[in-house]
Design a protein around this ligand. Sequence first.
Ligand SMILES: [Zn+2]
Length: 325
Amino acid sequence: MSRVILQPTGNKDAREHYVDTLVKPVDLLKIKPFISTEEFNHLVELYPSGLVPTWGVTAGVNNVNANKWRKIQPADVTFFSANKVLYSYGFVTFKIHNKLLAQHLWEFNSKGETWEYIYFLDELREHDIPISLFNEIVGYSENFKVQGFSVLDEDKSDALLSYFDLESETAVQPVSEEEYRDIIESFDINILDIEGKTKSRAEQGFLRKALFGNKTIDGCGICGKEYPISFLIAAHIKKRSFCSNEEKLDYRNIVMPMCKFGCDDLFEKGYITVNEGIISVNDKTTTIPLKIYLSHIEGMHCGYWNVDTIKYFDWHRNHHSLSKV
Ligand SMILES: [Zn+2]
């Protein structure tokens, strides 16, 4: 589950770092000499633009910050605060412990420490939340102030992320196959409370990770066009609500990428089906713009149709042909 990280930026160093390496992201080529090839390749995948919003914390007294930093995972959300306001947030993509890189970016503080517990962010956005509202949402007393780098527990994180409905478009929280199994087996669609929403996010996160890995761009399984993955859905071929738990656990075959520009909805509503690997168009109420869209995809080959997925495509086709009667 995504956690919330609180990052006060009241002091001079933090204010400078916020501008120097976040608002103005760091050129990946500046980072390259300090990291391994593997880390570099991972950052290239995460930041195709080559510009990397970078943050770091010092080890802290008795490693207190380092220990908190160890809990950070991709898709966690960092809120920056100053003057009793959480004024912006961004999603964590990756982290590395690297003293030399930290020295290169930020040098040292007055105690001779550097901000070597580094983490990278994306989708940085301004969003003013008065601390009083924050305290109310997470259940802190009204006198609470953000005084140090901290990571909220799961319940408080859930409360805040659900309240603002915050979810990364690209970073995916790591959900293990075992956790996914637990979610599938304990999921109760009738309970759409915070816990239900959290599980649903984790389920979709797992499926997206399984489908896209670390890619930031992929092709739509219907129209074949390439898009940033925030425009692609990990769409169930057989409608999710009709899938048995066993089918949901067949996650390598039950979902495929479909674009938000129309393919996902057209497939979901049965305007298109896949027959023997070929996209066919159903005879449904339509309009001229829709006909034009459909004419572009009709007859295309669907790369996700194979011996393992055929049963799901057949279910989808039968489901929609029956519903017409
Ligand atoms: Zn598409």
